[in-house]
Design a protein around this ligand. Sequence first.
Ligand code: ADP
Ligand code: MG
Length: 629
Amino acid sequence: MSTDQVAAPESRSFEADVSRLLHMMVHSVYSDRDVFLRELISNAADACEKLRFEAIANPGLLGADSKLRITLKADPESRRLVVEDNGIGMTRDEMVEALGTIARSGTKAFIDRAGSAQGAEGAQLIGQFGVGFYSAFMVAERVDVASRRAGQDEAAFWSSDGQGSYTVRAAEAGEAPERGTRVTLHLMEDAASYAERFNLERIVKAQSGHVPVPIAFAEKPDAEPQEIADGSALWAKPRAQVSAEEYTDFYRSLAGQFDEPALTVHFRAEGRHEYTALAFLPGSKPFDLLDPERSGRMKLYVRRVFITDEAEILPRYLRFVRGLVDSSDLPLNLSREMIQESPILAAIKKGVTNRVLGELEKLAKDDAEAYAKVWDNFGPVLKEGLYEDFERRGQLLGLARFKTTSSGEGWRSLKDYAASMRENQTAIYYAAGSDLARLESSPQLEGFRARGVEVLLLPDPVDSFWVTAGIDYEGKPFKSVTQGGADLSLIPKLDTNADSGAAPSEAVAGFIASLKTVLADQVADVRASERLTESPVCLVAPESGLDRQLERILAQSGRGGLGAKPVLEVNPNHDLIIALAAIGEEDRALSEDAAHLLYDEARVLDGELPADPKAFSQRLGRVMRRSLG
Ligand code: ADP
Ligand code: MG
């Protein structure tokens, strides 16, 4: 190490996003500042696990110091807290990169979200978004990081007060550990309690008691550290020896969540392949649930050595599950290709997936209320499996829950639906769209309601995929209420006194024919409807066309265009239609205006604008003036 390097600290500005983030850390008073410690310990544990992993190929990196550990050193007098590890360490360049910029795309999202978040929520977001290191500035007025990368002689020193810039230079003798990283927090006055033993032990127990690296504590900078967490792997213990509280603590430190897991799955597979799996279903919706990357959160360990969190152990539609698998059979030096092709890993994936789905089925059976909450949070993601996982489609259809025209506040399963199908009903009917309230009031549902036929209400974008994938449930196809003829005539109406749906009168038939002529450019056909009981008109898709709402969703997401012309259905028993039919050829001008207005009304009921807003307003004006005499 040359002396001029030591003498020349380099001052640099943080990347703009980091500055913004730091400003938030320093100035927002998050009610729960304790999380900073969890974040620093988690970084130290990651560093130890990375070294353990690199040392498989290069055992020299561990040298004589093979027991990886994290050490906390407190000094209440000088208001300092040190978090030190003997893990992988960082070179000067790595420090500049890791502590001065933000590589992650989630950070912007964090800044946007946390900017408006209050108190505890803001603190929870920190862990979820992986902006952990900077949380040190919630409690420290200055943070020093001294680090020596494993296998290297030089060490570097980084320091910042979180005010927009930092300095880096070569470390002086004794400043950095022999290997790994020492983070020194110069605590703010009102954060002095973070240098006290009692407080630190409490936080470590609550947040980091199960990190897989032992944690020691030294009450004075030069005192002998004592172990306060043994770094034993919780998942390696038999289930009976782990308390619910320990599971929750572990889940929280693993997932960076603050809630209770909705479901804990812990098992050991023996026989052909030996592995342990520990998986949690979060109790609330993670912010990145609908992230287009859809990456999973299961970690892969081999004999307690962390290998990767990119092994995609669970299918994407289970990406909200947090946890890990620890295999006894896989080799430690797993390459990317091996991860993709390993038959052992394939067997593990299958085993863990089956188990998680099995536990979900059990929960659905034993505790419908708890399951409803899971479905509320994760249903839209689980439904992706209906078109992605052909093999488990039946099982997933069984797990699926729906809002329907008769579900009220609750959820209905397809089994419930099938059990209450009406006589002569041959299909499972659905209405798809983007808004539940709008769906419920679609005119297309009237005829189904009048016959007591339940209709699934599908408000999620994902519904457009599975429902058009040619799926059936126990031999019954899914059919849109806005698609083709409704085949409702064979199903009797509940109110036997209601109009029997007899063939429309001659006058009405004539009116329908005239509509067809006037609206020839707009619609494929005009016909009398079985769907309508209250509204005069509605639009439906032609027999072979896509459901209209789905067509719209597909068009919005760039996966298709609004293709086929719709069919206009007319309620032959509606007062207005009967009255208009009676006018017949007597008043051509009024009939024509009425034809266009009816078509526009049907569009509006579908959530669209009138076809030609200007012409619409002229027609409406003419008709209103007439009615005023
Ligand atoms: P994350 O841990 O999610 O990557 P952080 O903000 O907590 O985000 O840390 C940023 C980066 O700084 C880490 O990814 C790592 O590269 C580096 N880093 C932080 N602490 C340590 C440490 N104790 N040892 C080695 N590298 C570290
Ligand atoms: Mg981190």
